[in-house]
Design a protein around this ligand. Structure first.
Ligand SMILES: *Cc1c(COP(=O)(O)O)cnc(C)c1O
Length: 482
């Protein structure tokens, strides 16, 4: 069923609150607000009753798929279940209501959380120092590339290129380009890993560094990571690890120990912030000793028992965000890490890896799996068999999954796999859920042989059918006007 826009429920004079004695009508006195900041036209608000508002948003929330509803195996995105207790903690009034401009003495607890989360993430990544400022993974990447640039500048070097594998997430080349680098693509070999010969031939003194995802977007651990790092370091470059998905590595292996100079971590994937609707994120950057001095200011520091914010860092690249990062996201990560402890974090990764391999094994008879060996927290299947046999595309399979109440996996990424289905079950799913998913994919595969039209027309049970994605991109319209 379609849900109307909230404005379409408007009836003039309706009100969502009823206060004793009517609503106070006093507004802030004009003399307190500079006239150029005053609203010039009347504020447009929907005029609806409280039950209408509640029902509107409740209905909307159930039209979309979300992880509290059912399985959400969106590869590379780690759509895992996030414990509600972390939401509760982030909403505690002392945390939720503190203001970034408050005096340091009044927010010692908040500063302690920032400080501790930095320390925990350094311990988890094997790095020296971190910044919690970047508001997304891609924002962290840009910060990281700017750190590389600053490091080279301080050495008096100007290098123009960044190496990026052909399996990389699209944000990697765009971050490099945003920092004014040109990118050079690296080939993957037949095992889905970096082709060392290709790397050797492209790494030289004009290359600032390499951005590498590990495990890579095929869900495979880079087998020659030590050698890869050495090749880049030997020619004076730095190595950046895209650690957006740290779900496979916690307590098992650390980017710092693998030789990486920088890594970013998406708190909104691995560390308990729900995401997917464009909400706040956090792309923490952790670095080794070479780069610590260049991190954004202010830095959180501890002096005896007192926490404070430092800006006296002459080599810093400056700020990358207005304040100190998305604090609520950081609080969730703090609770998550404290709650799980070292053993719990390691169990997260072990279970994420186990679930992915179980699912990969169960799907092997149904789909082609181009790099079919032990994977990390995700793997990539291909719908090519179904396409060749019944002209059913991966997109059709993805849409049909929605009819069965599952979110589709990531499709058509990474680009090096044809008709790709990138599947990440995460550690929070039970064997029963994974088995249900396998059973549905088996049924869809049968449908593709017996009645492919069902798939071409899917989804049929969702609030909207197939959308014209091209039109949505070309004629973006997010405003309501009447
Ligand atoms: C999600 C992701 C990113 C980007 O993170 P955003 O927070 O969406 O900007 C980068 N690299 C990889 C591998 C990712 O999965």
């Amino acid at each position: 069923m379609m849900e109307k826009l909230i404005f379409e429920y408007t009836q003039t004079g309706k009100m969502g609150v009823s206060l004793p004695g009517g609503v106070a009508t006093t507004v802030a006195p004009k003399e307190l607000i500079p006239s150029d900041l005053m609203r010039r036209s009347e504020l447009k608000l929907p005029e609806v009753s409280e039950p209408e508002v509640v029902r509107h948003f409740t209905n909307l929330s159930s039209m979309n798929h979300h992880v509290d509803k059912d399985f959400y195996p969106l590869g590379s995105c780690t759509m895992k279940y996030n414990p509600k207790i972390n939401e509760r903690c982030a909403a505690l009034s002392g945390l939720a209501n503190c203001h970034p401009l408050q005096d340091e003495d009044t927010v010692q607890g908040a500063l302690e959380i920032l400080y501790e989360v930095e320390r925990y993430l350094c311990a988890i990544t094997g790095m020296q120092a971190a910044t919690l400022q970047p508001a997304a993974g891609s924002h962290g990447e840009l910060t990281g590339v700017l750190l590389i640039k600053k490091y080279l500048e301080m050495k008096g070097e100007t290098r123009r290129f960044i190496l990026i594998p052909d399996s990389a997430h699209g944000t990697n080349p765009s971050s490099a380009a945003s920092a004014n680098y040109q990118t050079i693509s690296l080939k993957s070999n037949s095992r889905g890993c970096i082709d060392l010969e290709d790397l050797r031939s492209k790494m030289n003194e004009s290359v600032a560094g390499l951005m590498l995802t590990n495990p890579n977007t095929l869900g495979l651990f880079e087998e020659e990571v030590g050698e890869i790092v050495k090749i880049v370091h030997d020619r004076g470059g730095l190595v950046y690890m895209d650690g957006a998905n740290l779900n496979a590595l916690l307590g098992i292996v650390r980017p710092g120990d693998m030789g990486f100079d920088i890594t970013h971590i998406n708190l909104h994937k691995t560390f308990s912030t729900p995401h997917g609707g464009g909400g706040p994120g956090s792309g923490v950057i952790a670095v080794n000793a070479k780069l610590a001095d260049f991190l954004p200011v202010p830095r959180v520091a501890k002096n005896g028992e007192r926490y404070h914010l430092r800006s006296d860092c002459p080599n810093s690249i400056g700020r990358v965000l207005g304040f100190y990062g998305n604090f609520g996201v950081i609080v969730r990560a703090y609770c998550y890490i404290r709650m799980l402890g070292t053993d719990g974090l390691q169990a997260v990764s072990r279970n994420a890896i186990l679930n992915a391999n179980y699912l990969r094994y169960k799907l092997s008879p149904i789909f082609d799996i181009p790099y079919n060996r032990v994977c990390m927290h995700e793997f990539v299947a291909s719908g090519e068999r179904q396409f060749k046999r019944s002209a059913v595309k991966t997109l059709d399979i993805a849409k049909r999954l929605l009819d069965f109440g599952f979110h589709a996996p990531t499709v058509y990424f990474p680009l090096i796999v044809k008709e790709a289905l990138m599947i990440e079950p995460t550690e929070t799913e039970s064997k029963e859920t994974i088995d249900r998913f396998v059973a549905v994919l088996l049924k869809i595969d049968q449908e593709s042989q017996e009645n492919p039209d069902i798939l071409h027309q899917a989804p049929t049970t969702t609030p909207v059918r197939r959308l014209d994605e091209l039109k949505a991109n070309k004629e973006l319209n997010v405003c309501w006007s009447k």
